[in-house]
Design a protein around this ligand. Structure first.
Ligand code: SAM
Length: 195
């Protein structure tokens, strides 16, 4: 079973910023590394599901002509909107992947500290929607804590092992630390769309 949606609501009832994205050096450094892993300087249209309080959204914004962010918890959405206020090219919506997925295609999908909340069926659906909405040559970046943790259905190591086996993804960056893994993939051109 995927993580109970009520778990996330409870997390934000206990704290404005339950994972310390604003306050922790660990999180700030991880965001900087995530941005450094993106092979292109600029992206036309990016999607960041599970944006939480919007710190990564805020940092991604200058690299994107358009950025869609999404989180199911209203308290998170409100903070994320505040974080990117004035950036008209960023839209923060309330919703839950894989069910809610913005229309159109993307050249960047950011899956940061998200995929270990999904059981096999939902993870498969999220990756299916990622690949269906990714333009050929798009970047998919994944970042996950490695150790077992409350609320996680699987470890980050398992998530990245699964991603490494997705035939449509070719890894261009692999960053390994004791506590987290970060991979950037390029979406291979679909058959018949290559040169
Ligand atoms: C650990 S935070 C990750 C924050 C951000 N991606 C980062 O790495 O800085 C996980 C977030 O995912 C959200 N979330 C949980 N299930 C989700 C789903 N099915 N779709 C979108 N977001 C979800 C939670 O509400 C929470 O804000």
């Amino acid at each position: 079973m995927s993580t109970d949606p009520a778990y996330f609501t409870r997390m934000y009832e206990g704290s404005d910023d339950p994972w310390g994205f604003r306050s922790r050096w660990y999180e700030r450094r991880k965001r900087d590394l995530t941005l450094a892993c993106l092979p292109l300087e600029r992206y036309a249209r990016a999607f960041e599901p599970g944006c939480s309080v919007g710190m990564l959204t805020r940092d991604l914004a200058p690299r994107c002509a358009h950025l869609e962010a999404l989180d199911p918890v209203p308290a998170a959405v409100e903070q994320a909107r505040h974080e990117v206020a004035g950036s008209d090219h960023v839209r923060v919506a309330q919703g839950r992947v894989p069910r809610h997925w913005p229309e159109g295609t993307f050249d960047l999908v950011v899956l940061s500290e998200m995929l270990y909340y999904f059981d096999d069926a939902e993870l498969h659906a999220v990756m299916g929607r990622t690949l269906a909405s990714a333009r050929p040559g798009a970047t998919v970046v994944a970042v996950h804590w490695r150790h077992p943790a409350e609320g996680h259905v699987r470890t980050g190591d398992e998530v990245h092992r699964i991603l490494s086996g997705v035939p449509e993804l070719s890894r261009t960056v692999g960053h390994v630390e004791a506590d987290f893994l970060m991979d950037a993939f390029t979406v291979r051109p679909r058959e018949g769309t290559g040169p």
